[in-house]
Design a binder for this molecule. Structure first.
Ligand SMILES: [Zn+2]
Length: 396
């Protein structure tokens, strides 16, 4: 994402503010619907159902109909993505957007001619119902597929262009790899390779924890204190550097996998994220329990999410999502499913054929084989089945 200062005219600002209000309204409606959901009830409406509701609401309300349908629909899509990120465990649950604080909207399906340069310092971008809006051409603008317009708390407008990474051609060897989100390592490949997201160094982790403790203490102090501002800045710097390292890792790893394999199979985390809990899942009871709590686990999760996003960009149409049920209990050699084969977090030894392997690699091999075992209707599986709602996400 690269961000540029947007320079709308006064008349254009009125329309931009309307777009923001519509996007916020639609988003908050989706948050409210989601908040009504309780275990045991039918699922909250998914993206497609919400789009139908939006169409109905536009017929009823003039002020909504006067706005851009794309802006409003995109707010729903963003919300669906935010819920998906929440279920995967990489992001917080999406919450209410407040007027004057979280103002913004997204425009998609941007055509090549819709962003152009006017002169050395000024560019123009075409926005729905607004027309050409000027922005400061402060650096190179990438090839754009979508952008987001935001207004900050002091009223400044920005436009952020999302660059599209170049797809990497398949090697054409017919090679298939399975990638498992591990507990002990970040990702295990069916080839036996174990990948690690760079973690915070122990020193840096201690420093961050100390700063966070300090921040909590200072939050009770005077709001505008200079010391508090310094601590906040130090935390932001540490986090930004750490995020940069993780991003590099995801870029390199996704490029490497897209180059080496024709088909890359990963767990369908929309399912897995929902069935995972600290208490354990039907798939692997307590699989998460022993995982190291705190910062580094968070890092592993977000590194994984980033990796899958990047893979989908670079290996377009070559990433397959596999139902993760039983991948950690199934023997990749003989196919026997038995919870007892999982000797520990790290080791797998089949109770039937004796095949022994790193537990994450065994799971990755099952993912590579693409065994779409259904969670329901299989006998002998321990514990109760999950009954969480399924988020209906159409393929983007
Ligand atoms: Zn076996």
């Amino acid at each position: 994402m690269s961000r540029y200062r947007l320079l709308p005219s006064t008349a254009q600002e009125v329309v931009l503010r309307d777009h923001c209000a519509h996007a916020r309204f639609v988003w908050n409606l989706a948050v409210e619907q989601q908040s009504w959901w309780r275990p045991g009830r039918a699922g909250a409406p998914g993206y497609l159902e919400q789009c139908r509701q939006l169409t109905a609401a536009r017929v009823e309300h003039d002020w909504l109909r006067a706005g851009s349908q794309m802006v409003q629909q995109q707010a729903l899509r963003d919300f669906a993505q935010a819920m998906a990120n929440f279920f995967v465990g990489t992001h917080r649950r999406p919450s209410w957007r407040k007027a004057g604080r979280d103002e913004g909207f997204r425009v998609v399906a941007v055509k090549p001619g819709q962003v152009r340069r006017l002169n050395r310092n000024i560019g123009m971008v075409r926005a729905p119902k607004v027309g050409w809006v000027r922005f400061r051409w402060s650096r190179v603008v990438p090839a754009v597929r979508s952008y987001r317009v935001t207004q900050d708390r002091i009223g400044r407008w920005h436009v952020a262009f999302a660059a599209v990474p170049e797809p990497i051609p398949a090697p054409g060897t017919g090679g298939v790899v399975g990638v498992d989100r591990g507990v002990v390592v970040s990702a295990a490949l069916s080839t036996g390779e174990l990948l690690m997201v760079p973690r915070l160094s122990p020193g840096r982790e201690r420093r961050l924890q100390r700063l966070q403790r300090l921040q909590r203490r200072l939050s009770r102090a005077r709001r505008g204190s200079a010391r508090r501002a310094r601590v906040k800045l130090a935390i932001a710097r540490l986090r930004a550097r750490d995020a940069g390292t993780r991003k590099d890792w995801a870029e390199k790893t996704s490029t490497d996998l897209a180059r080496r394999f024709d088909v890359i199979r990963v767990e369908n985390l929309h399912v897995k994220g929902m069935t995972r809990s600290a208490k354990g899942t039907t798939d692997a009871p307590g699989r998460n329990v022993g995982a190291k709590a705190g910062l580094n686990r968070e890092i592993m999760r977000s590194g994984w999410g980033l990796l899958v996003h990047r893979l989908e960009d670079k290996a377009q149409g070559r990433v397959e999502k596999i139902n993760p049920a039983f991948t950690s209990q199934r023997c990749s050699a003989c196919g026997r499913v038995d919870g007892k084969s999982r000797k520990s977090q790290a080791s797998f030894q089949c109770t039937a054929c004796g095949f022994a392997c790193n537990a994450d690699v065994n799971a990755a091999k099952n993912i590579a084989a693409g065994h779409a075992v259904t969670a329901r209707g299989r006998s002998g599986s321990p514990g109760r089945m999950n009954c969480e709602p399924q988020l209906a996400l159409p393929p983007a």
